[in-house]
Design a protein around this ligand. Structure first.
Ligand SMILES: *Cc1c(COP(=O)(O)O)cnc(C)c1O
Length: 222
């Protein structure tokens, strides 16, 4: 992607975030833009780094291991977030590489991450992913299981940052974002990872602290 393209897209997304934040009486600084770079290679990512973006998201541990160590060596201050499902046997790798994990969704992963963090002496922030639309094919814990999972995560001393969701495709997302915000309040959590390219302004209006935007920044995935 040409670099003027990257900086224009980044400026557009940041402006949309700022507009939505101001409309909701929030500071634009209260929203972290996670640039989801999955499937894109280093030459596609570099222009966005050059334009000032520092927080990136990937959905596969192995893919991230392949491209991020070199990109990170070249630019200090990069923050890497895992936004995809995590297998327990990849917990060590995930804890070593990522600064935040948005897909904590089951007790066995609480155990695996706690063990990995103790071993590594490194504690990435964790978001509990909620299956907000109760969809059988989707990741995330059931709404009914959320209080118990949050309790287990706290007991295991995981640094809980908030909740994360991906609302059902093709349905109005606002009610799902509002529901996630209410669930987070009920759990005493402040972070809300919600909103993607098609709906991040709505998510910001409803309290998102982290929006995960890929296509609007990088174009269509290969
Ligand atoms: C791919 C992905 C995104 C980004 O999606 P876009 O529609 O390209 O913005 C956000 N969150 C998760 C969990 C993803 O897998």
């Amino acid at each position: 992607m040409p670099s003027d393209d990257a900086s224009r897209r980044l400026a557009d997304v940041r402006e949309s975030i700022a507009k939505a934040a101001r409309a909701a009486n929030r500071s634009p600084d209260s929203v972290t833009l996670v640039a989801v770079s999955k499937t894109h290679n280093a030459p596609a990512i570099q222009p966005l780094i050059a334009a000032g973006q520092r927080v990136f998201g990937e959905n596969r541990v192995q893919e991230a291991q392949g491209k991020w160590p070199a990109l990170r060596d070249a630019t200090p201050g990069i923050e890497l977030h895992l936004v995809g499902q995590l297998q327990s046997n990849k917990a060590d790798d995930a804890v070593a590489l990522f600064d935040a994990i948005h897909s904590l969704d089951r007790p066995s992963l609480v155990t695996a991450l706690a063990r990995a963090m103790d071993k590594a002496g490194r504690r990435p922030a964790c978001f509990v992913q909620v299956n907000i639309g109760d969809e059988p094919q989707k990741g995330g814990c059931a709404i009914g299981s959320l209080p118990a999972l949050v309790k287990e995560a706290r007991a295991a001393d995981l640094p809980l940052a908030g909740l994360m969701c991906v609302p059902p495709l093709d349905l109005e997302p606002a009610p799902y974002f509002a529901l996630l915000a209410r669930l987070a309040r009920d759990c005493g959590l402040n972070g809300l990872s919600m909103g993607m390219s098609s709906d991040y302004p709505t998510a910001v209006t409803l309290g998102a602290t982290h929006v995960r935007v890929g296509t609007a920044l990088f174009g269509t995935r290969p």
